[in-house]
Design a protein around this ligand. Sequence first.
Ligand SMILES: C[S@@+](CC[C@H](N)C(=O)[O-])C[C@H]1O[C@@H](n2cnc3c(N)ncnc32)[C@H](O)[C@@H]1O
Length: 297
Amino acid sequence: MTPGGYEYLRGMLHEKSGLALTGDKQYLIESRLIPVARRHGHAGLDELVRAARNPGSEALRADIVEAMTTNETFFFRDKTPFEHFDNLILPALLKARSNRRRLRIWCAAASTGQEPYSLAMMLDQNAHKLAGWNIEILATDISIEVLEKAKAGLYTQFEVQRGLPINYLMKYFKQVGDMWQIAPTIRQKVKFAPFNLLADYAALGSFDVVFCRNVLIYFDTETKRDVLARMAGSLAPDGYLLLGAAETMLGVSERFEGVAGYRGVHALKGQGDQAAAAPARQQPFQAEAGAGRLRAV
Ligand SMILES: C[S@@+](CC[C@H](N)C(=O)[O-])C[C@H]1O[C@@H](n2cnc3c(N)ncnc32)[C@H](O)[C@@H]1O
């Protein structure tokens, strides 16, 4: 591919999705975009770029953006955010919202659905505390393809073996041919919709909990700062934001502070006391080796 073509793709991807291609990522572009070129009937990447530069090629540019997303995810990824949700966030919010009895949760880069479905299953496990509560889980992603898979709730044997406790598999999934489908009762708890994190958040309303995990790592500092500023505006004053295990606010945003003792959990600055006043930490849950069952340790 010509250097000009590479620079065009780099600029376009940054503008449309926030993706920051640092250094020489020609190999990544080639491996991800040659199939797109073929699908659209172009002999190679230079022709694909020529077509994408055409002002009328919005759909092709969207396909390119989509192909460049990294959609890696799995059930109960990193485990501790879900323990923190169960031990800190849910009890604190059930107390704080006891009059309104309504909670809104947003998975802001939900990929193929494992993250919001993990939350939905956890909430189902807490059903006895949630009678009469209206709990909304909104799961969004820039990629239409991953959202289609998420909505179908169909996973391979490999996918259900990654992070999903065996008792959850037995309780919430049904085998369909060589795939596993999540129960309609859990699927109905999650609403999936396309949403670009670079867009205006106003129409989404305010959330009590935002999971924004393993997406900011693909953005440059300025884009991260911008996204976090919008997230701050979308979070209830006493709400919680969860980032991925490798992600930090340090040097990126001054709007949030970490909740002491709960790595990866952030509150809006000045709300730390509220978070600190949350129920005393309970025993964490851990997937049982082999059986893969969640149990208190
Ligand atoms: C690595 S996955 C993370 C999935 C899940 N949050 C997790 O931690 O397991 C990152 C997701 O971010 C999505 N994404 C990338 N750029 C985005 C943007 N600008 N707006 C919304 N989603 C985006 C990708 O399509 C991808 O599905």
